[in-house]
Design a protein around this ligand. Structure first.
Ligand code: PRP
Ligand code: URA
Length: 209
């Protein structure tokens, strides 16, 4: 069973409060989502493998640490996942970025896939699937299935806010995938929105309704 990690760092929790607040406008919402994504990326990469490298400092030779092992790939789920990409790339600018396009049918709440593009060396990468919201879990589970079908075998899921229902769906469908959240909220409402959540992440990021 994949583990659920909820980041309780004070900076993440503080910024998340303003992200949730209806008084927060589009510009500030975007900036805060980027900042929280970067802070989460800092935590999520804690287990990256290091290797020794020998370099020369101005004073002498040094055996220092550098990141080894699998290369990273980010996979934002379109469209709201895009709002977290730049923040993460600030910390890992060399990561490749794939995209999975899904929207949630408002009537059935089922995910509908409309676009997939991944880096060519899928098997050799560790992927972080990104979406601000893990609600019913349908979109995240489908996105992970989609990238697994194309050869991905090392996947983490990173969302700002999760609902218990969504966590359960992803854990059942993908027991090999750990889930990283800034908050595990209370529940879903009758329209599939996370309570208390932050509303519609895509609309708040892009200023649409
Ligand atoms: C939102 C969100 C997730 C999905 C979560 O996207 O960004 O992708 O809903 O819901 P689920 O866990 O119940 O599947 P939405 O479908 O609104 O599309 P958008 O990103 O294009 O706005
Ligand atoms: N998608 C969102 O953007 N918000 C929710 O609360 C649930 C799904």
């Amino acid at each position: 069973m994949g583990k659920v990690h909820v980041f309780d760092h004070p900076l993440i929790q503080h910024k998340l409060t303003f992200i949730r607040d209806t008084e927060t406008g589009t510009k500030e919402f975007r900036e805060l989502v980027d900042e929280v994504a970067a802070l989460m990326a800092f935590e999520i990469t804690r287990d990256l493998t290091l290797q020794d490298v020998t370099i020369n400092t101005p004073v002498g030779e040094s055996t220092s640490k550098a990141i080894a092992g699998k290369k990273l790939g980010l996979v934002p789920i379109l469209r709201a996942g895009l709002g977290m990409v730049d923040g993460i790339l600030q910390l890992m600018p060399a990561a490749k970025v794939g995209h999975v396009g899904l929207y949630r049918d408002p009537a059935t709440l089922e995910p509908v896939e409309y676009y997939v593009k991944l880096p060519s060396d899928v098997q050799d990468r560790e992927f972080i699937v990104i979406d601000p919201m893990l609600a019913t879990g349908g979109s995240a589970a489908e996105a992970i299935t989609s990238i697994k079908k194309r050869g991905a075998n090392n996947i983490k899921l990173m969302c700002l806010i999760g609902a218990p229902e969504g966590v359960e769906v992803v854990q059942e469908a993908h027991p090999d995938v750990d889930i990283y959240l800034a908050s595990l909220d209370e529940k879903l409402d009758e329209k599939g929105y996370i309570v208390p959540g932050l509303g519609d992440a895509g609309d708040r990021l892009f200023g649409t309704k």
